[in-house]
Write a protein that binds this ligand. Structure first.
Ligand code: AMP
Length: 399
Protein backbone atom coordinates (compact mmCIF):
# COMPACT_ATOMS: atom_id res chain seq x y z
CA UNK A 1 0.00 0.00 0.00
CA UNK A 2 1.20 3.52 -0.76
CA UNK A 3 0.20 6.27 1.61
CA UNK A 4 -0.44 9.83 0.56
CA UNK A 5 1.18 12.85 2.20
CA UNK A 6 -2.30 13.98 3.19
CA UNK A 7 -2.68 10.88 5.41
CA UNK A 8 0.60 11.46 7.27
CA UNK A 9 1.02 13.19 10.61
CA UNK A 10 3.43 15.98 9.63
CA UNK A 11 3.11 18.49 12.51
CA UNK A 12 6.52 18.99 14.14
CA UNK A 13 8.17 16.79 11.50
CA UNK A 14 10.91 17.47 8.97
CA UNK A 15 9.58 16.00 5.76
CA UNK A 16 12.14 15.27 3.04
CA UNK A 17 10.36 15.72 -0.26
CA UNK A 18 11.81 14.64 -3.62
CA UNK A 19 10.36 17.17 -6.07
CA UNK A 20 10.93 17.62 -9.79
CA UNK A 21 12.37 21.11 -10.18
CA UNK A 22 14.21 20.15 -13.36
CA UNK A 23 12.81 23.21 -15.09
CA UNK A 24 13.89 24.93 -18.31
CA UNK A 25 16.29 27.88 -17.94
CA UNK A 26 17.45 30.25 -20.69
CA UNK A 27 21.07 31.16 -21.51
CA UNK A 28 21.17 33.76 -18.73
CA UNK A 29 19.90 31.23 -16.18
CA UNK A 30 16.38 32.75 -16.01
CA UNK A 31 13.43 30.40 -15.53
CA UNK A 32 11.39 30.10 -18.77
CA UNK A 33 8.61 27.82 -17.48
CA UNK A 34 7.75 27.38 -13.80
CA UNK A 35 4.98 24.78 -14.28
CA UNK A 36 6.83 22.13 -12.29
CA UNK A 37 7.29 24.49 -9.35
CA UNK A 38 3.63 25.51 -9.45
CA UNK A 39 2.53 21.87 -9.59
CA UNK A 40 4.56 20.95 -6.50
CA UNK A 41 2.88 23.59 -4.33
CA UNK A 42 -0.12 21.51 -3.11
CA UNK A 43 2.21 18.89 -1.63
CA UNK A 44 4.49 21.53 -0.10
CA UNK A 45 1.55 23.44 1.38
CA UNK A 46 0.08 20.24 2.77
CA UNK A 47 3.24 20.01 4.90
CA UNK A 48 3.84 23.61 5.93
CA UNK A 49 0.15 24.39 6.57
CA UNK A 50 0.05 21.56 9.08
CA UNK A 51 3.19 22.66 10.93
CA UNK A 52 5.89 20.57 9.27
CA UNK A 53 9.10 21.66 7.55
CA UNK A 54 9.26 20.83 3.84
CA UNK A 55 12.84 19.97 2.93
CA UNK A 56 12.91 19.88 -0.83
CA UNK A 57 15.45 17.98 -2.91
CA UNK A 58 15.68 17.90 -6.70
CA UNK A 59 18.01 17.59 -9.62
CA UNK A 60 18.42 20.20 -12.36
CA UNK A 61 19.99 19.39 -15.72
CA UNK A 62 22.96 17.09 -16.14
CA UNK A 63 25.89 18.46 -14.14
CA UNK A 64 27.55 15.02 -14.36
CA UNK A 65 28.25 14.48 -10.68
CA UNK A 66 30.13 17.76 -10.06
CA UNK A 67 29.12 21.18 -8.74
CA UNK A 68 28.43 23.53 -11.65
CA UNK A 69 27.03 27.07 -11.23
CA UNK A 70 25.06 26.69 -14.45
CA UNK A 71 22.86 24.12 -12.71
CA UNK A 72 22.47 25.62 -9.25
CA UNK A 73 18.96 25.52 -7.78
CA UNK A 74 19.48 28.95 -6.16
CA UNK A 75 17.33 30.80 -8.79
CA UNK A 76 14.60 28.22 -8.23
CA UNK A 77 14.74 28.91 -4.48
CA UNK A 78 14.41 32.65 -5.18
CA UNK A 79 11.45 32.03 -7.48
CA UNK A 80 9.77 29.76 -4.94
CA UNK A 81 10.41 32.36 -2.22
CA UNK A 82 8.67 35.03 -4.28
CA UNK A 83 5.70 32.71 -4.79
CA UNK A 84 5.55 31.93 -1.07
CA UNK A 85 5.91 35.51 0.17
CA UNK A 86 2.19 36.25 -0.10
CA UNK A 87 1.46 33.09 1.87
CA UNK A 88 3.90 34.21 4.58
CA UNK A 89 6.01 31.04 4.19
CA UNK A 90 9.81 31.42 4.45
CA UNK A 91 12.04 29.64 1.93
CA UNK A 92 15.70 29.03 2.70
CA UNK A 93 18.28 27.72 0.28
CA UNK A 94 20.94 25.27 1.47
CA UNK A 95 24.00 25.54 -0.79
CA UNK A 96 24.74 21.83 -0.23
CA UNK A 97 22.31 18.91 -0.47
CA UNK A 98 24.04 16.73 2.13
CA UNK A 99 26.63 17.02 4.91
CA UNK A 100 27.10 19.63 7.67
CA UNK A 101 25.95 22.68 5.66
CA UNK A 102 22.65 20.99 4.74
CA UNK A 103 22.22 19.63 8.28
CA UNK A 104 22.71 23.11 9.75
CA UNK A 105 20.18 24.67 7.30
CA UNK A 106 17.62 22.04 8.22
CA UNK A 107 18.25 22.41 11.96
CA UNK A 108 17.71 26.19 11.71
CA UNK A 109 14.44 25.93 9.76
CA UNK A 110 11.34 26.84 11.77
CA UNK A 111 8.25 24.66 11.49
CA UNK A 112 5.95 25.89 8.74
CA UNK A 113 8.89 26.83 6.50
CA UNK A 114 10.65 25.42 3.43
CA UNK A 115 14.29 24.52 2.77
CA UNK A 116 15.44 23.83 -0.79
CA UNK A 117 18.65 21.79 -0.97
CA UNK A 118 21.24 22.31 -3.72
CA UNK A 119 21.15 20.13 -6.87
CA UNK A 120 21.40 16.43 -5.96
CA UNK A 121 23.29 15.66 -9.16
CA UNK A 122 26.29 17.71 -8.02
CA UNK A 123 27.15 14.34 -6.43
CA UNK A 124 27.75 11.29 -8.64
CA UNK A 125 26.45 9.22 -5.72
CA UNK A 126 22.91 10.40 -6.47
CA UNK A 127 22.54 8.58 -9.79
CA UNK A 128 24.60 5.66 -8.44
CA UNK A 129 22.04 5.18 -5.64
CA UNK A 130 25.05 5.08 -3.28
CA UNK A 131 24.09 3.70 0.16
CA UNK A 132 26.25 6.19 2.13
CA UNK A 133 24.78 9.10 0.21
CA UNK A 134 21.26 7.75 0.87
CA UNK A 135 22.09 7.65 4.57
CA UNK A 136 23.44 11.23 4.48
CA UNK A 137 20.28 12.49 2.81
CA UNK A 138 18.09 10.51 5.20
CA UNK A 139 19.69 12.28 8.20
CA UNK A 140 17.98 15.49 7.04
CA UNK A 141 14.40 14.37 7.72
CA UNK A 142 12.01 12.45 9.95
CA UNK A 143 9.81 11.39 7.08
CA UNK A 144 10.18 10.81 3.31
CA UNK A 145 7.82 11.83 0.54
CA UNK A 146 8.35 11.36 -3.21
CA UNK A 147 6.47 13.68 -5.54
CA UNK A 148 8.77 13.50 -8.59
CA UNK A 149 6.99 11.20 -11.05
CA UNK A 150 9.32 12.29 -13.86
CA UNK A 151 12.24 10.47 -12.19
CA UNK A 152 10.25 7.63 -10.58
CA UNK A 153 11.49 5.19 -13.26
CA UNK A 154 15.08 5.77 -12.09
CA UNK A 155 16.60 4.03 -9.09
CA UNK A 156 18.58 6.96 -7.73
CA UNK A 157 19.52 7.76 -4.13
CA UNK A 158 16.76 10.36 -3.67
CA UNK A 159 14.08 8.31 -5.44
CA UNK A 160 14.85 4.75 -4.34
CA UNK A 161 17.64 4.02 -1.82
CA UNK A 162 16.64 6.72 0.62
CA UNK A 163 13.12 5.35 1.23
CA UNK A 164 14.22 2.29 3.22
CA UNK A 165 15.63 4.63 5.91
CA UNK A 166 12.10 5.70 6.83
CA UNK A 167 9.17 3.79 8.28
CA UNK A 168 7.16 6.94 7.51
CA UNK A 169 7.31 7.17 3.70
CA UNK A 170 4.65 8.31 1.32
CA UNK A 171 3.79 9.74 -2.08
CA UNK A 172 3.08 13.40 -2.73
CA UNK A 173 -0.14 14.56 -4.33
CA UNK A 174 1.26 14.59 -7.88
CA UNK A 175 2.42 10.98 -7.73
CA UNK A 176 -0.87 9.95 -6.10
CA UNK A 177 -2.72 11.51 -9.04
CA UNK A 178 -0.47 9.75 -11.58
CA UNK A 179 -1.00 6.39 -9.88
CA UNK A 180 -4.72 6.95 -9.72
CA UNK A 181 -5.20 7.86 -13.39
CA UNK A 182 -2.56 5.68 -15.03
CA UNK A 183 -3.29 2.80 -12.65
CA UNK A 184 -7.02 2.92 -13.26
CA UNK A 185 -6.53 3.21 -17.03
CA UNK A 186 -4.68 -0.09 -17.01
CA UNK A 187 -6.32 -2.04 -14.21
CA UNK A 188 -9.95 -1.11 -14.57
CA UNK A 189 -10.49 1.12 -17.61
CA UNK A 190 -13.76 2.49 -18.83
CA UNK A 191 -13.97 0.74 -22.22
CA UNK A 192 -13.33 0.86 -25.09
CA UNK A 193 -9.72 1.57 -24.12
CA UNK A 194 -7.92 3.35 -26.96
CA UNK A 195 -4.19 4.09 -27.19
CA UNK A 196 -2.81 6.65 -29.64
CA UNK A 197 0.85 6.13 -30.37
CA UNK A 198 2.99 8.59 -32.30
CA UNK A 199 6.44 10.10 -32.24
CA UNK A 200 9.43 9.41 -34.40
CA UNK A 201 10.28 5.76 -33.98
CA UNK A 202 8.84 2.38 -33.11
CA UNK A 203 12.11 1.26 -31.52
CA UNK A 204 11.61 3.25 -28.32
CA UNK A 205 8.00 2.12 -27.98
CA UNK A 206 7.98 -1.60 -28.87
CA UNK A 207 7.53 -2.72 -25.29
CA UNK A 208 4.69 -0.33 -24.65
CA UNK A 209 2.88 -1.25 -27.89
CA UNK A 210 3.29 -4.92 -26.98
CA UNK A 211 1.87 -4.33 -23.51
CA UNK A 212 -0.99 -2.22 -24.86
CA UNK A 213 -1.92 -5.05 -27.23
CA UNK A 214 -2.92 -7.01 -24.13
CA UNK A 215 -5.03 -4.28 -22.58
CA UNK A 216 -6.41 -2.02 -25.35
CA UNK A 217 -9.38 -2.45 -27.65
CA UNK A 218 -7.98 -0.12 -30.31
CA UNK A 219 -4.53 1.29 -31.07
CA UNK A 220 -4.10 4.25 -33.43
CA UNK A 221 -0.67 4.71 -35.01
CA UNK A 222 0.60 8.09 -36.22
CA UNK A 223 3.87 10.04 -36.33
CA UNK A 224 7.08 8.88 -38.00
CA UNK A 225 6.51 5.32 -36.84
CA UNK A 226 3.51 4.93 -39.17
CA UNK A 227 5.80 4.56 -42.19
CA UNK A 228 7.48 1.45 -40.83
CA UNK A 229 3.99 -0.07 -40.50
CA UNK A 230 3.07 1.07 -44.02
CA UNK A 231 6.25 -0.51 -45.38
CA UNK A 232 5.36 -3.71 -43.53
CA UNK A 233 2.05 -3.64 -45.39
CA UNK A 234 4.02 -3.57 -48.64
CA UNK A 235 3.36 0.09 -49.50
CA UNK A 236 5.88 2.55 -50.95
CA UNK A 237 6.78 5.27 -48.45
CA UNK A 238 9.01 7.56 -50.56
CA UNK A 239 11.73 9.13 -48.45
CA UNK A 240 9.70 9.08 -45.19
CA UNK A 241 11.32 8.20 -41.88
CA UNK A 242 11.57 4.42 -41.63
CA UNK A 243 13.30 1.86 -39.45
CA UNK A 244 14.16 -0.88 -41.90
CA UNK A 245 15.27 -3.18 -39.10
CA UNK A 246 11.81 -2.91 -37.49
CA UNK A 247 9.66 -3.66 -40.53
CA UNK A 248 9.42 -7.33 -39.57
CA UNK A 249 8.52 -6.34 -36.02
CA UNK A 250 5.78 -4.02 -37.30
CA UNK A 251 4.43 -6.97 -39.32
CA UNK A 252 4.44 -9.14 -36.17
CA UNK A 253 2.65 -6.44 -34.15
CA UNK A 254 -0.08 -6.23 -36.80
CA UNK A 255 -0.38 -10.03 -36.78
CA UNK A 256 -0.54 -10.12 -32.97
CA UNK A 257 -3.20 -7.41 -32.96
CA UNK A 258 -5.39 -9.39 -35.33
CA UNK A 259 -4.94 -12.59 -33.23
CA UNK A 260 -5.92 -10.71 -30.08
CA UNK A 261 -8.85 -8.96 -31.71
CA UNK A 262 -7.29 -5.53 -31.17
CA UNK A 263 -7.98 -2.96 -33.87
CA UNK A 264 -4.61 -1.54 -34.95
CA UNK A 265 -5.41 1.44 -37.15
CA UNK A 266 -2.73 2.76 -39.51
CA UNK A 267 -3.34 6.13 -41.25
CA UNK A 268 -5.04 6.20 -44.64
CA UNK A 269 -3.52 9.51 -45.79
CA UNK A 270 -0.49 11.66 -45.10
CA UNK A 271 0.81 15.17 -45.70
CA UNK A 272 3.99 14.95 -47.76
CA UNK A 273 6.80 17.32 -48.73
CA UNK A 274 10.07 16.94 -50.60
CA UNK A 275 12.31 18.11 -47.74
CA UNK A 276 12.32 17.93 -43.95
CA UNK A 277 11.43 21.60 -43.50
CA UNK A 278 8.52 23.79 -42.40
CA UNK A 279 7.40 24.33 -45.97
CA UNK A 280 3.97 25.36 -47.30
CA UNK A 281 4.95 23.41 -50.41
CA UNK A 282 3.19 20.21 -49.24
CA UNK A 283 0.15 18.17 -50.20
CA UNK A 284 -2.10 15.38 -49.03
CA UNK A 285 -1.81 11.92 -50.56
CA UNK A 286 -3.36 8.56 -49.91
CA UNK A 287 -0.85 6.27 -48.17
CA UNK A 288 -0.86 3.93 -51.17
CA UNK A 289 0.29 6.78 -53.40
CA UNK A 290 3.25 8.40 -51.63
CA UNK A 291 5.44 9.60 -54.52
CA UNK A 292 9.12 8.61 -54.69
CA UNK A 293 11.31 11.26 -53.14
CA UNK A 294 8.51 12.69 -50.97
CA UNK A 295 8.35 12.27 -47.20
CA UNK A 296 5.30 12.08 -44.95
CA UNK A 297 5.44 14.66 -42.16
CA UNK A 298 1.89 14.49 -40.78
CA UNK A 299 -1.30 12.44 -40.91
CA UNK A 300 -3.84 13.63 -43.46
CA UNK A 301 -7.41 14.96 -42.99
CA UNK A 302 -9.17 11.58 -43.53
CA UNK A 303 -7.02 10.05 -40.83
CA UNK A 304 -7.66 13.02 -38.54
CA UNK A 305 -11.41 12.49 -38.92
CA UNK A 306 -11.12 8.73 -38.39
CA UNK A 307 -8.97 9.18 -35.26
CA UNK A 308 -11.32 11.85 -33.87
CA UNK A 309 -14.22 9.44 -34.34
CA UNK A 310 -12.45 6.67 -32.41
CA UNK A 311 -11.50 9.08 -29.62
CA UNK A 312 -15.06 10.41 -29.38
CA UNK A 313 -16.56 6.96 -28.91
CA UNK A 314 -13.90 5.68 -26.50
CA UNK A 315 -14.31 5.11 -22.77
CA UNK A 316 -10.65 5.86 -22.02
CA UNK A 317 -7.92 7.25 -24.28
CA UNK A 318 -4.18 7.20 -23.59
CA UNK A 319 -2.06 9.32 -25.93
CA UNK A 320 1.69 9.21 -26.33
CA UNK A 321 3.63 10.91 -29.12
CA UNK A 322 2.80 13.55 -31.76
CA UNK A 323 1.04 12.61 -35.03
CA UNK A 324 3.48 14.57 -37.16
CA UNK A 325 6.34 17.05 -36.99
CA UNK A 326 4.27 19.36 -34.81
CA UNK A 327 7.24 21.66 -34.25
CA UNK A 328 6.64 22.80 -37.87
CA UNK A 329 3.49 24.97 -38.29
CA UNK A 330 2.75 23.38 -41.67
CA UNK A 331 2.68 19.89 -40.19
CA UNK A 332 0.93 20.34 -36.87
CA UNK A 333 -2.69 19.87 -38.01
CA UNK A 334 -2.75 16.13 -37.21
CA UNK A 335 -1.44 16.58 -33.68
CA UNK A 336 -3.77 19.53 -33.14
CA UNK A 337 -6.73 17.47 -34.40
CA UNK A 338 -5.96 14.72 -31.87
CA UNK A 339 -5.57 17.29 -29.07
CA UNK A 340 -8.91 18.89 -30.07
CA UNK A 341 -10.60 15.48 -30.22
CA UNK A 342 -9.24 14.60 -26.75
CA UNK A 343 -10.61 17.88 -25.35
CA UNK A 344 -14.07 17.43 -26.93
CA UNK A 345 -14.24 13.80 -25.81
CA UNK A 346 -13.37 14.81 -22.23
CA UNK A 347 -16.34 17.16 -22.19
CA UNK A 348 -18.62 14.20 -23.00
CA UNK A 349 -17.25 12.01 -20.20
CA UNK A 350 -14.37 10.16 -21.91
CA UNK A 351 -11.33 9.69 -19.65
CA UNK A 352 -8.39 11.23 -21.54
CA UNK A 353 -4.79 10.75 -20.46
CA UNK A 354 -1.81 12.40 -22.11
CA UNK A 355 1.64 10.88 -21.59
CA UNK A 356 4.40 13.33 -20.76
CA UNK A 357 7.03 14.66 -23.17
CA UNK A 358 6.00 15.86 -26.64
CA UNK A 359 2.30 15.03 -26.37
CA UNK A 360 2.07 16.96 -23.09
CA UNK A 361 3.89 19.88 -24.78
CA UNK A 362 1.41 19.65 -27.69
CA UNK A 363 -1.78 19.76 -25.58
CA UNK A 364 -0.32 22.71 -23.70
CA UNK A 365 0.65 24.47 -26.94
CA UNK A 366 -2.86 23.96 -28.33
CA UNK A 367 -4.45 25.29 -25.14
CA UNK A 368 -5.95 22.00 -23.97
CA UNK A 369 -3.88 21.12 -20.88
CA UNK A 370 -6.89 21.89 -18.67
CA UNK A 371 -9.41 20.28 -21.06
CA UNK A 372 -8.20 16.69 -20.70
CA UNK A 373 -8.57 14.41 -17.70
CA UNK A 374 -4.89 14.02 -16.87
CA UNK A 375 -1.57 15.18 -18.31
CA UNK A 376 1.22 13.02 -16.96
CA UNK A 377 4.26 14.83 -15.55
CA UNK A 378 6.63 12.06 -16.67
CA UNK A 379 7.26 10.99 -20.27
CA UNK A 380 9.62 8.06 -19.67
CA UNK A 381 7.97 7.15 -16.37
CA UNK A 382 4.45 7.04 -17.85
CA UNK A 383 5.64 4.84 -20.74
CA UNK A 384 7.32 2.41 -18.33
CA UNK A 385 4.20 2.39 -16.18
CA UNK A 386 2.04 1.56 -19.22
CA UNK A 387 4.48 -1.21 -20.14
CA UNK A 388 3.59 -2.73 -16.78
CA UNK A 389 7.08 -2.19 -15.34
CA UNK A 390 7.41 -1.52 -11.64
CA UNK A 391 8.82 1.99 -11.12
CA UNK A 392 11.66 1.96 -8.54
CA UNK A 393 10.56 5.32 -7.11
CA UNK A 394 7.06 3.97 -6.57
CA UNK A 395 7.85 0.51 -5.19
CA UNK A 396 10.24 2.13 -2.71
CA UNK A 397 7.21 3.87 -1.16
CA UNK A 398 5.31 0.64 -0.44
CA UNK A 399 4.73 0.35 3.29
P1 AMP B 1 9.52 10.63 -29.86
O1 AMP B 1 10.62 11.31 -29.09
O2 AMP B 1 9.88 9.29 -30.42
O3 AMP B 1 8.19 10.64 -29.13
O4 AMP B 1 9.30 11.52 -31.17
C1 AMP B 1 8.87 12.85 -31.15
C2 AMP B 1 9.29 13.47 -32.44
O5 AMP B 1 8.74 12.77 -33.53
C3 AMP B 1 8.84 14.90 -32.62
O6 AMP B 1 9.95 15.75 -32.49
C4 AMP B 1 8.26 14.95 -34.03
O7 AMP B 1 8.74 16.03 -34.79
C5 AMP B 1 8.76 13.64 -34.63
N1 AMP B 1 7.90 13.16 -35.72
C6 AMP B 1 6.57 12.98 -35.69
N2 AMP B 1 6.12 12.60 -36.91
C7 AMP B 1 7.19 12.55 -37.72
C8 AMP B 1 7.36 12.22 -39.10
N3 AMP B 1 6.32 11.89 -39.88
N4 AMP B 1 8.61 12.25 -39.62
C9 AMP B 1 9.65 12.60 -38.82
N5 AMP B 1 9.56 12.92 -37.52
C10 AMP B 1 8.33 12.89 -36.97
Amino acid sequence: MIRSISDMEVAGKRVLVRVDFNIPLDESGAITDDTRIVESIPTIMSIVDRGGVAILMSHLGRPKGKPNDKYTLRPVAEHLASMMRMRGVAVNFAPECAGPVAEEAVAQAPYGSIVLLENLRFHAEEEANDPDFCAQLARLGDMYCNDAFGTAHRAHASTAGIASHFAARCAGLLIMKELEYLGKALANPKRPLVAIMGGSKISGKIDVINALLSSCDTILIGGGMMFTFLKAKGLGIGSSLVEDDRVELARQLMQLASEKGVQLIIPSDAVVASTFADTPDNHVVSVDAIPDGMMGLDIGPDTQRAFAGVVGSAGTVIWNGPMGVFEFKNFQAGTRAVADAMASATATGVITIVGGGDSAAAVTQFGHAKNVTHVSTGGGASLEFLEGKALPGVIALEA
